[in-house]
Design a protein around this ligand. Structure first.
Ligand SMILES: C[S@@+](CC[C@H](N)C(=O)[O-])C[C@H]1O[C@@H](n2cnc3c(N)ncnc32)[C@H](O)[C@@H]1O
Length: 213
């Protein structure tokens, strides 16, 4: 197994809900070297930047797309233009030539991607069961063979949050890795996986422990 842990990354004090997954996401991207990454739900950029950082450091040439209305939703709350402006300034400074920011709904962005063209998809939009199921169903055709889907908030319960319900269904069908910390992150392989992932999937419990601290 050629998996490397780049432990010196992300010592910054970003305490956002996604911050506990940055190390794993960074290592995942260095490992799988996706050609195309699409994120559905970027907000202020914690997850997106961690993946762009891996692309930049590894010289991977991955094209990284962030899709968001940058207006918020009923769970995050609604926010002003400064959030998009902050992301835009940061990617222009740090990740030139790597990133494209798409200001639109997830549905409107579908036409910009051909089927089976996305190697890594991160679904982190509105978290009701219906909304996340819709995002999964509509974007699944865009996923390439052996592609990987990340789901955030699989461990979150309460109110009308329903990512965990979709996740429980999917992990009973497809190979997966999962983490419980930082509201949970699911890693799904719904269209097969690179041979290199076989050992990692088999060791998912030990993997979970390595990234939980
Ligand atoms: C949970 S936040 C994303 C958090 C981010 N991944 C991070 O690392 O902090 C969800 C984002 O999804 C966006 N969103 C929700 N539903 C959307 C939709 N259907 N189309 C476009 N953006 C949407 C919201 O505007 C919000 O910024």
């Amino acid at each position: 197994m050629n998996w490397t842990q780049y432990n010196d990354k992300f010592l910054s004090n970003d305490t956002g809900g996604w911050s506990g997954h940055r190390r794993f996401a960074y290592d995942l991207v260095r490992f799988m070297k996706p050609r195309t990454f699409v994120e559905l739900g970027t907000a202020a950029g914690t997850s997106f930047f961690s993946i762009c950082e891996a692309v930049k450091d590894g010289g991977l040439g991955t094209k990284c797309f962030a899709v968001d209305t940058w207006k918020g939703d009923p769970h995050t709350g609604y926010y002003g233009d400064h959030i998009y402006q902050g992301v835009s300034d940061h990617v222009n400074r740090e990740f030139q030539g790597i990133t494209t920011l798409i200001i639109s709904t997830f549905d409107e962005a579908l036409d910009k991607f051909t089927d089976e063209s996305v190697d890594l998809l991160h679904i982190d939009g509105y978290h009701t069961y219906d909304a996340v199921s819709h995002d999964y169903t509509t974007w699944l055709p865009k996923l390439a063979p052996n592609g990987v889907i990340l789901f955030h908030d699989i461990a979150l319960r309460g109110g009308d949050v329903g990512v965990y319900r979709l996740w429980d269904d999917l992990k009973s069908v497809f190979p997966y890795i999962e983490f419980d910390h930082s509201f949970g992150l699911g890693v799904l392989f719904p269209k097969g996986h690179m041979e290199a992932f076989t050992e990692i999937i088999a060791q998912k419990e030990s993997f979970k422990n390595q990234y939980s601290t």
